[in-house]
Unconditional design. Sequence first.
Length: 279
Amino acid sequence: MIDIVVRAYNDIDLIRETLEGIRRQKTPSRILVMDNESKDGTTQICEELADRVINVPAGTYVPGVVLNQAMRETESEFVVFLNSDCPPLTSDWLDTLLAGFDEKNVGAVFSRQRPRPDCLPLFAKDTEDTFGDGARQEKWKHCFSMASSAIRRSVWNTMQFSEDIQYSEDIDWTWKLRQDGGLIRYCPASQVYHSHNYTLKQWFRRQYGEGKADADIFEWTAWEKSWLRYSGIPAVRQVLADWKYALKNRSAQAFIHAPLLRLMQMLGRRKGFLDGIHT
């Protein structure tokens, strides 16, 4: 029996689809929902379809704290984490995810995320760039997402999630795992829907959090943390890639949206990075 942990907060539009998607899996599971005091009816659906619901009081949500609590409340050797807005696409989502634990030193695995049909073009592009066949991940310093993932309990027993960061707790934990000699597997056959149509303000805030986490998690040379290397060059590359994508897909919306979206991304991430470096 596999324990599946679902973190939920006001996801009335998707939570039923997600939980029913879990119930359709071939491998039996126990569903534990960590609900951040939802007010829109999410809690009632969770109580109907999950095995247990634990309330996380409003104003107390710290990602690492909740993840560690969920691990203490479960017992299987492999514990699956699925966001409440990540409905599985197939009935073998779980089996293909767990198949990633093909070696003893694999400590974590993660699924492919697919943009929803209503996803705006550039956010859909970003999702496919990050996941897809996994080829781009090989060029990056590190890649992982807790949204649809699983971890090995015996690894967690020796290294729990950090409870003093608000963003990228999954990146922090898996990066430490890698530095300890552990392996991470990307499982592209295990697929879920997951995407967001951010406003520019939301996008800035998300990038700020990730930039601050970058500064805290990784070590940086003077060149790597310079404006040109960390901010300027990536922003220009992204706009050019966006325009290429827009022309290929004949999307005027994406072509016009690209410079503003990447400007806000650069500003948010740079500010978060600098705040993190100076902390």
